[in-house]
Design a protein around this ligand. Structure first.
Ligand code: CTP
Ligand code: CA
Length: 234
């Protein structure tokens, strides 16, 4: 995308984008993580800035990526740090896009010192639940703690399984989360993770559903912002 080819329809709009994968420490040198590259979140931040938005990018771990020009980048490690940074940035935001892969669980204890190998078999790793940042944002908006007109966008990477297909899972997730838009990536068969291209659906809270053609992450970002611009006009 050439920046001069993009509309300036996000001029003055304050957006927060979270990106990358959180890392939950087990000890000073080990963590539970995920395969998120951060590419989709960075593409969303870059496109928004090119369309005139004021962008705060809350970045968890990513592959080496260029910083999106014009975005303010806040770096975080754990899901708890991401939660604090997103809530702080969301206070003055018109749009929040949760593209980060946030760990659902973290180890109950993070050992102060490196866990050593001994003659004994290891203990299982006990996990506890992390806060659901997206659901918290929706609850905060609905209770008046965040701007009532704020647009909140979630992401979901889904596979079909024996009980339901990708869209069934995605529709249920949209209802459960209460966000305005859910960007659904169909994963599996080499799609989405660590690749350049996505394919999926854009589901809106009003029931509108649009397929997203297989294309670049910049193209997906353009489609997401097009939909957000429509929601901001309401
Ligand atoms: N998310 C979040 N906080 C979490 C987990 C997820 O804000 N602790 C956000 C993600 O950034 C994403 C959306 O919620 O925008 C959906 O994440 P996903 O992992 O697909 O949803 P879950 O409710 O965790 O469901 P699942 O059991 O499929 O992992
Ligand atoms: Ca999850």
């Amino acid at each position: 995308h050439r920046p001069d080819a993009l509309p300036r329809d996000l001029e003055g709009v304050r957006v927060v984008v979270s990106a990358g994968g959180t890392r939950e420490p087990l000890d000073p040198v080990r963590y539970l993580g995920n395969r998120s590259s951060g590419k989709q979140g960075y593409a969303l931040a870059r496109t928004a800035a090119q369309r005139g938005a004021h962008v705060t990018l809350v970045s968890a771990h990513t592959l080496p990526l260029p910083e999106p020009a014009g975005a303010e980048v806040v770096r975080v490690g754990t899901a708890a740090q991401l939660r604090d940074a997103v809530h702080a940035a969301a206070v003055g935001a018109d749009v929040v896009v949760m593209a980060a892969a946030v760990a659902d669980f973290r180890p109950v204890v993070s050992a102060e010192f490196k866990i050593k190998k001994t003659a004994r078999d290891p203990d299982p790793v006990a996990l506890t639940r992390n806060a659901d940042v997206l659901a918290e944002l929706v609850a905060a908006r609905d209770s008046g703690a965040l701007p009532s007109e704020q647009v909140i966008v979630g992401f979901a990477a889904e596979t079909g399984d024996s009980g339901a297909d990708v869209l069934d899972h995605a529709r249920a997730k949209l209802r459960r989360k209460g966000c305005d838009l859910l960007v659904v990536n169909a994963v599996g068969e080499g799609k989405a993770f660590e690749t350049e291209d996505n394919a999926g659906w854009l589901l809106a809270a009003d029931g509108a559903e649009r397929p997203i053609a297989l294309g670049s992450k910049a193209q997906l970002a353009t489609e997401v912002w097009d939909s957000v611009v429509q929601l901001l006009k309401r």
